[in-house]
Ligand binder design. Structure first.
Ligand code: HEM
Length: 126
């Protein structure tokens, strides 16, 4: 396996784990648990790893794209997926405690689009 393929699969795992941590956060939503309870704390603890995995994903996906046989600046589903991931990161940068309600939806929609484009990328390759 070459470095590009290795980083490609790492990117898939990172995207999967980021989504998994988000699902755990949904399941342990702060609204439903008392402050200080175990699940409330778990919800809080999943926030940083979710952000860090997302940031790492941008790097591994970029290096994979650069090393792949396709031009990164061309239309292909890999680049489309990467652009969606970048926009996902940008939408996160706008997400602050005071405007969570406004930016949560674009962040979620971009998450779904990133996964959908990645699936298209994988279907076309295999
Ligand atoms: C940055 C833009 C991207 C480009 C230009 C790109 C391009 C490519 C190309 C051309 C291949 C076929 C192997 C090759 O010819 O090198 C490939 C494979 C693959 N890509 Fe991407 N890709 C990009 C982004 C992504 C992203 C964001 C992910 C995952 C989150 C991803 C996951 C994969 C996987 C899993 C494979 C199969 C690897 C293998 O088994 O060899 N790619 N990509």
């Amino acid at each position: 396996m070459n470095i590009s393929s290795f980083l490609a699969w790492i990117s898939v795992i990172l995207l999967g784990l980021t989504m998994l941590l988000w699902l755990i956060r949904i399941a342990t939503d702060k609204k439903w648990f008392k402050e200080g309870s175990k699940l409330y704390e778990f919800h809080e603890k999943m926030k940083k790893p979710h952000e860090m995995l997302g940031a790492l994903l941008v790097i591994t996906a970029l290096v994979h794209g650069i090393l792949s046989s396709a031009k990164i600046l061309s239309f292909n589903w890999g680049t489309a997926s990467f652009v969606a991931i970048i926009l996902l990161g940008i939408s996160r940068a706008f997400l602050k405690d005071e405007n969570v309600e406004k930016w949560r939806i674009p962040h979620r929609i971009l998450g779904i689009i990133s996964v959908a484009f990645l699936i298209a990328h994988l279907i076309i390759i295999f």
